[in-house]
Ligand binder design. Structure first.
Ligand code: DC
Length: 237
């Protein structure tokens, strides 16, 4: 069966990864959280005190980084591993959240991550979420979704998610971090967060998870039908 590439971009904490994960499961596709890659790079840079004003230090740091996604049998999720260690929890800390957008603006970091993301999509059958997936990583993706939700909804979602892992966190701190990251992500020079011209908007402020999954699955099925029809017609010619 023909496979497609699905990209999901949008502001922080819109629920992109949740939808991408569920959509990938439904279609039996690979799910990649590209933000986890930028977070893991940030964790490495912080732990190893890489000076982000020094290009040579950034490049040397990146040469030491090996990232991979490994299926976690206990949770059924795909966890990110950095140099042989599962860093899925560590990359979600506020320490990493407070620095990741700045590190994601660096040219060498973007080249490093984008090259690996494009390699993962070579065989298609992938759902990837992030900020520049439909614009830079897979500009020819068959289905591009741009997700939005109000800042209040996003703050509460991220707060609820983080509270269990980091009990000291405050609602205000979470909101401030989201707004700051949105600003850096959408105003940076290289691959800023933008809605691709051919992306469909999905505002999930008032949608439940099953409702948003239904909508996105409908879009994917429609495109898959068209793709299969086009292939059939091509074969008949
Ligand atoms: O999706 P997330 O919040 O975990 O992403 C963390 C940061 O990584 C986000 O603030 C911006 C950056 N990012 C990016 O620049 N490009 C992507 N494709 C994904 C994330």
């Amino acid at each position: 069966m023909e496979k497609i590439i699905i990209t999901i971009d949008g502001y922080s904490s819109c629920g992109k990864s949740t939808l991408a994960k569920q959509l990938a499961k439904q279609l039996n596709y690979i799910f990649i959280d590209s933000g986890a890659m930028y977070r893991a790079i940030t964790l490495y840079f912080l732990d190893n005190k890489v000076d982000i004003k020094d290009t040579a230090a950034i490049e040397a740091g990146l040469r030491q980084i090996k990232l991979k996604f490994v299926n976690n049998a206990a949770t059924g999720q795909s966890d990110i591993w950095l140099n042989g260690e599962n860093v899925e929890k560590a990359i979600r800390s506020m320490r990493v959240s407070n620095h990741v957008s700045d590190i994601a603006t660096l040219e060498a970091v973007r080249h490093f991550a984008v090259a690996q993301q494009q390699a993962m999509g070579q065989k298609k059958g992938i759902v990837m979420d992030g900020r520049d997936i439909g614009t830079t990583v897979f500009p020819k993706a068959e289905l591009k979704i741009f997700m939005t939700a109000s800042i209040e909804v996003r703050t509460h979602r991220r707060y609820d998610e983080l509270k269990a892992k980091f009990p000291d966190i405050s609602l205000e701190e979470v909101k401030e971090n989201l707004l700051k990251r949105d600003l850096i992500d959408s105003t940076r020079k290289i691959s800023p967060l933008r809605q691709a011209k051919d992306a469909i908007t999905l505002d999930n402020s008032r949608l439940s998870m099953p409702q948003q999954l239904d909508i996105a699955t409908g879009w994917a099925e429609e495109i898959l039908k068209k793709t299969q029809l086009a292939t059939k017609n091509h074969q008949l010619r």
